[in-house]
Design a protein around this ligand. Structure first.
Ligand code: ADP
Ligand code: MG
Length: 695
């Protein structure tokens, strides 16, 4: 399969040692192209830099030893094959053991020289040190083993580390030097090595210094590219000629304020003033409102939507789910009573038939609706607004940067843009994810909220917990039970986790046999989910067993108990979101976290839930304890995946990258580099930054 031209976008099967079969396996690791393989950075490394003499072996350490084999024997214990051998060097003897590697028997002959790697323990039978061999390499006479830092790749069982290493090695040796994407001046200033060197060294560093230099360069690139991307987006949108200056008078806004059954909190007022000022300015608004669950972001959004209508524009509100869209439609309709504002709901239900859909689309495009509420169906092709002046996106972390930009591309006039999130993201992360947005913060909850009583229980206390839940249900209230998995997992690490299905079976056939229960999870059809959610909202279903599909925004004031099973499996931010589902009515609410707490860390984390109700504090805590990957759970944040940078550990680098990006983007001399940069952003992040990569 020879090809004369080397392209990073080539299919990975053109790499020597890969081929179609292995390419299929690699596809499972999201490696489709040579570029993907090049940037499939090692998950970790093993230090194989020095050999240890047998007399100097230390119990408990993982060691590399070179010696000569003798006394090979094997035996079968039930279905297990055990091979034993002795390894000898000039200083002593080491007992070796292999399990279930029959194929080695042929090669393990007296007198062969090998390099073995494994953990050392003391063998009280022989009085020698012993090793269970993790890896053996056969050496020719006089051959010295290859030492260095060995890359360990995330891989599947069918692709051994050796196959991965060989593939990467072959790729690197066939690859012409990578074109540098950053100006030499910037490299000098930031003390960074070349992209080509870094890309090679990250896979096979000779020592810790090389590894650090490579990692630093590549992490810088990632952060720098994202920052440049966000800044280019921001620059394109900060164009006075394309913005809308919304009306300054506030007839309708005052109308809504009069309709509210409560007064705005100081934070809500302050944030709305910031939003108002942005909307009145000619520069398109790009603002994020961060506020804990229940802090009252919706009202602020409504005021903004209405402000746009006040000046004769249409506004749109995007919710992450149909249920939420419907819920907001109801709330808004009530609060807009008597103001003559026409509100439309765009949902799967009202667009069932082509005819219905056309009718709704027509009303939007002919300005018969002032405010349109929907899910991201709102940004799909086909929906044309007559005069769209503002788009509000709720629970932004469910949408990506890409969706944000799709809307922006739709017209020459850039509508104002407001996004809201309850995910309490620490500042440095906000910068990475929302670097193109200005941030407003709602810090305090509206007055009069009863704190939710949170308690942590072990499995021993589980029965009591559900007896308590039953009491609450019999007293007329409702409850949630949230479980981490839908079905029982086959993976070893998750084997102990009961699934939502099992827990549902146990509860609905056991203590809750006479109560109306339902199961809700992400594998169900949207229609089914909506129906169950509606029946729960109407009070027909009393106990809802669910996965985290209910995490975002659902408002059922009569639900007062949130039980979380296997609570240790969740991030604190996520638990906090789940807890925010209760405590929305006048009755006292409870959040009960059930966990076996086998690990000390689980106990520390879950206890933090008992002691604070502050989402931001919990988020910081969780980041410290678990790191950012865990913190977000699955990639729900819309952030381009970071392959190598770590937004927590690399805070300093992030700040440097941001400052450098600012200078870089502002310097016209760098225009030459933009083409390269765009290509690389496109390679690395695909559609996440379509707006700039397609420019
Ligand atoms: P979130 O920020 O999580 O979206 P919501 O906007 O849904 O929160 O508000 C949560 C609840 O608080 C709603 O029932 C809302 O009516 C109520 N609320 C909002 N603002 C105030 C306020 N200033 N005073 C009293 N209650 C308020
Ligand atoms: Mg909300």
């Amino acid at each position: 399969m020879s090809r004369d031209k080397f392209e990073l976008t080539d299919n990975v099967m053109y790499v020597k040692g890969v081929g179609p079969r292995r390419a299929d396996l690699m596809a499972k690791l999201n490696i489709a192209t040579k570029y993907d393989l090049l940037t499939h950075y090692p998950r970790t490394y093993e230090n194989h830099t020095s050999l240890t003499k047998i007399s100097e072996l230390v119990e408990g350490a993982t060691a590399l030893v070179v010696g000569t084999i003798f006394d090979v024997s094997s035996r079968k214990v039930r279905n297990l094959t055990i091979i034993n051998a002795t390894l000898e060097d000039k200083t002593g003897e080491l007992q070796l053991t292999w399990f279930n590697q029959d194929y080695l028997l042929k090669k393990l002959r007296d007198g062969v020289r090998v390099l073995v790697i494994g953990k050392i323990k003391y063998d009280s039978w022989s009085g020698d040190m012993a090793m269970t061999v993790q890896k053996v390499t056969f050496l020719d006479k006089g051959e010295m083993p290859e030492l260095g830092i060995m890359p360990i790749y995330s891989s599947t069982a069918a692709l051994s580390q050796n196959v991965m290493r060989t593939a990467v090695k072959n790729l690197l040796s066939s690859m012409p030097p990578l074109k540098e994407i950053l100006p030499q001046k910037l490299l000098d200033e930031q003390d960074l090595i070349s992209l080509d060197r870094a890309s090679r060294m990250i896979h096979f560093p000779k020592n810790a210094e090389e590894l650090n230099a490579a990692r630093r360069r590549l992490a810088f690139d990632e952060l720098f590219m994202i920052q440049c991307g966000l800044m280019l987006i921001k620059r394109e949108t900060q164009d006075e000629r394309r913005g809308i200056s919304h009306a300054t008078n506030g007839r309708l806004v005052n109308g809504v304020l009069n309709n509210l059954p409560f007064a705005l909190t100081d934070d809500q007022r302050k944030v709305f003033l910031e939003v108002s000022a942005d909307m009145e300015s000619k520069i398109p608004m790009r603002r994020l409102i961060q506020g804990d669950v229940g802090s009252g972001k919706t009202v602020v959004a409504l005021l903004a939507l209405v402000k746009a209508v006040d000046g004769g524009w249409q506004s749109a509100f995007m919710a992450p789910t149909e249920i939420l869209a419907a819920q907001h439609f109801e709330t808004f309709t009530k609060l807009l009573d008597g103001l003559g504002i026409r509100v439309g709901l765009l949902s799967a239900k009202v667009t069932r038939t082509a005819k219905m859909r056309e009718e709704i689309y027509r009303k939007i495009s002919e300005h018969e609706f002032d405010i349109v509420i929907g899910t991201h169906a709102l940004i799909q092709e086909g929906v044309k607004f007559a005069k769209l002046g503002l788009v509000v996106t709720d629970e932004q972390h469910r949408f990506g940067v890409s969706q944000r930009s799709t809307l922006e591309k739709k017209s020459d006039v850039l509508p104002d843009m407001l996004v809201m999130t309850a995910t309490p993201i620490p500042r440095t992360m906000t910068l990475t994810i929302y670097g193109d947005l200005d941030v407003s913060l709602i810090k305090h909850l509206p007055p009069g909220r009863k704190p939710i009583k949170t308690s942590v229980k072990t499995l021993r206390g589980r029965k009591k917990v559900y007896e308590f839940v039953l009491e609450e249900i019999l007293a007329g209230r409702q409850a949630y039970v949230v479980c981490p998995l839908i079905e029982r997992s086959e993976s070893e690490t998750l084997a102990d986790i009961e699934s939502a299905e099992e827990i549902f079976d146990n509860l609905s056939n056991g203590i809750f046999a006479d109560v109306s229960c339902a199961l809700l999870h992400g594998k169900m059809k949207p229609r089914e989910k909506d129906e169950i959610m509606e029946r729960f909202r109407d009070g027909e279903i009393k106990l809802l067993v669910a996965t985290t599909v209910i995490e975002v925004g659902v408002d059922v004031p009569n639900a007062v108990v949130m039980v979380v099973e296997h609570a240790e499996r969740f991030g604190l931010a996520q638990l906090h979101q789940l807890r925010g589902r209760v405590g929305r009515g006048s009755a006292k609410s409870y959040c009960i976290l059930i966990s076996d707490m086998k690990e000390d860390l689980s106990r520390v984390r879950l206890n933090a839930m008992e002691t604070t109700n502050d989402g931001f504090q919990l988020a910081e805590e969780d980041l410290k304890l678990r790191g950012p990957g865990q913190f977000f759970g699955e990639a729900q944040h819309g952030l381009p995946d970071l392959k190598i940078a770590d937004v927590f550990r690399d805070v300093d680098l992030l700040i440097q990258a941001r400052d450098a990006a600012q200078v870089f983007v502002d310097d016209a001399e760098n225009l030459n580099y933009f083409a390269n940069l765009r290509t690389n952003i496109a390679l690395a992040y695909g559609d996440k930054f379509s707006q700039i990569t397609e420019a």
